[in-house]
Design a binder for this molecule. Structure first.
Ligand code: FES
Length: 568
């Protein structure tokens, strides 16, 4: 196969002319023939004025280019979509598959022998890795790194577990307008991704466990000099991979590496979103992430990382304690250490070199875990025939077995309008139910599963309630919250049948979530559901594609034609 600039010529019916034309145009940039004859390393640029998490991308790109050139290859930077969590309407999840398609097609369309993808804000690494697996070109992933922590009144704080905690205090009247404004300026003190174990940190750790990024790359803070040295080293690795034409994702990613990623996700107190993304990534390959295996691992793998929202520390503390290599060292035989990485080393070699940091308490040993069981549990029952997930490590232990009366919200809008209504019939033992917030329903499965505690209860000191939905939740959130109920209500899942006042039983030890209404009554309710129609928002464009082809949460919410070898 052709390589370098000769790869993937534009079709003019004359290959010689196509190359002649390509070189004629690219020389307008001032490149020499020597440069153009080198192996090419493509580098994605996801910098955007809308994406503060990626604020260090220009500096990372410079460092990667340096590494590529020091190794005798040619770096070529190109833009792709960038997705910033709080600047993505209707949701960032709605755009993940678009970014995956954009990235994959630009990798395919342009000549390159290896690719460096630089991402971090929640949906970007999943989209880029999904693309890399499908394009199957030698790939190095560089997470942009977490923000450094902020401080407020002597307290360490950060985005966005503390955003929610302090906003909850503001709603409860414990913090006034002046203080919440001060907090607003201190939650995100630098560029980089959220510095708790949210989705961005989860995906960065998983990426390192999969062997797709350099050791320690998940945890180095975004502004640190070490971040840019790691980027330079990543550029060197990518150039070596471009020359060697491998290893490709298909040569690196095995059943064992996806299992390793699940073990790490459980052990870090990872984000529930990570499960959807890892499932989507695996479905792009010949491998699978299935909920039963994930739940079984959750019973065997303890939470060892003491990070918010499951624990106390932040990503920079995890980094200074030894990062993912040290975590994998502690996990020992729970990890398949023979798995290979982009560096050519096995995880065993990387773990052997993990730093031992005396006195650190962010990474616990296995005999002194944060939680004896993993972060997440998979629930089934008549409310969730294809599964639901709960982040039990960030839930209230006393609510993990709970039966309560349903208080139903029809949509995110309905919930927003009514949740604080003083006349809402709700008490602390009730179960808040949100529906029509799944992959199709909202659309894009918003992170609305963290339903706020109704103001009148919050002001009375209620900090947590059982909340269930077909929505997602930010990895930075906490509480006794059942998410991803599948199938979702918008496609006729049983969540659509719940009525106010029904009793709902949650039993995490038994892994069950049930609506305590008899089958005959449920059938009657099902028969009276309105027929499915294409909503107005889905009549054209990307929205149409999304609505027609989006898969449910248990299949990773990819488009049905993007998995493995495609549809059919
Ligand atoms: Fe970008 Fe949290 S908002 S990682």
């Amino acid at each position: 196969m052709a390589d370098g600039l000769r790869k993937g010529l534009a079709s003019y019916g004359d290959a010689g002319f196509s190359l002649f034309l390509r070189k004629a145009f690219i020389k307008a940039m001032g490149y020499s023939d020597d440069a153009l004859n080198r192996p090419i390393v493509g580098i994605t640029n996801t910098y955007s004025d809308y994406n503060p998490c990626h604020g260090n991308v220009p500096q990372i790109i410079e460092a990667v280019k340096r590494g590529v050139m020091l190794t005798g290859a040619m770096p070529m930077v190109f833009p792709t979509i960038s997705i910033a969590e709080s600047f993505s309407h209707p949701t960032s999840m709605y755009l993940r598959n678009l970014m995956a398609m954009d990235t994959e097609e630009m990798i395919r369309a342009q000549p390159m022998d290896a690719i460096v993808v630089i991402g971090g804000c929640d949906k970007t690494l999943p989209a880029q890795i999904m693309a890399a697996i499908s394009a199957d070109l030698p790939t190095v992933v560089i997470p942009v790194g977490p923000m450094v922590v902020g401080h407020h009144k002597g307290e360490v704080l950060g985005a966005c577990t503390d955003c929610r905690r302090l906003w909850g205090k503001y709603r409860a009247g414990e913090i006034d307008d002046v203080e919440i404004e001060a907090v607003n300026g201190r939650l995100a003190p630098s560029v980089g991704t959220c510095m708790v174990m949210g989705t961005a940190s989860t995906m960065a750790c998983i990426t390192e466990a999969l062997g797709l990024s350099l050791p320690m790359s998940a945890t180095i803070p975004a502004p640190h000099a070490e971040r840019f040295r790691s980027a330079e080293a990543s550029g060197k690795v990518a150039a070596a991979m471009a020359k060697a034409k491998g290893p490709k994702p298909s040569e690196l990613l095995t059943e064992a590496s996806f299992r390793n990623a699940q073990v790490v996700m459980q052990a870090i107190g990872g984000s529930t979103n990570g499960l959807i993304h890892l499932t989507a990534m695996a479905h792009r390959s010949p491998h699978k992430v299935d909920l039963a295996t994930f739940d079984k691992l959750g019973r065997e793998v303890p939470v060892l990382i003491d990070l918010k929202p499951s624990g106390e520390h932040y990503m920079e503390h995890f980094h200074h304690a030894g990062g993912v290599p040290k975590l994998m060292a502690q996990l020992g035989d729970l990890i398949d250490l023979d798995a290979k990485t982009i560096t050519g080393q096995t995880l065993r070699e990387i773990v052997a070199a993990a730093e031992d940091v005396p006195g650190q308490d962010a990474i616990r040993p296995r005999d002194n875990p944060i939680k004896a069981e993993g972060a997440m549990a998979i629930l089934h029952g008549n409310l969730a025939p294809r599964g639901a997930v709960i982040k039990q490590s960030a839930a209230s232990p006393k609510l993990l077995q709970h039966t309560g009366r349903a208080v139903v919200f029809e949509s995110v809008e309905d919930m927003t309008l009514r949740v604080d209504d003083p006349d809402l019939d709700v008490n602390a033992d009730d179960v808040l139910v949100l529906r029509n917030a799944g992959p199709k329903g909202a659309p894009g499965m918003p992170e609305a599963g963290y339903l706020p505690i109704p103001k009148k209860l919050a002001r009375g000191g209620v900090k947590d309630m059982v909340r269930i939905s077909d929505a997602r939740m930010s990895g930075t959130a906490f509480g006794t919250i059942v998410l991803h109920i599948t199938p979702e209500s918008a496609v006729g899942g049983p969540l659509a049948l719940v009525q106010n006042g029904d009793m709902i039983r949650l039993d995490v030890a038994k892994r069950s979530i049930d609506l305590l209404v008899d089958d005959a009554e449920l059938e009657k309710r099902r028969a009276s559901l309105p027929p499915a129609v294409t909503p107005d928002w889905a009549k054209r464009g990307y929205a149409h594609l999304f609505n027609e082809t989006i898969l449910q949460a248990d299949e990773g919410c990819d488009f049905d034609f993007m998995r493995g070898k495609g549809k059919g």
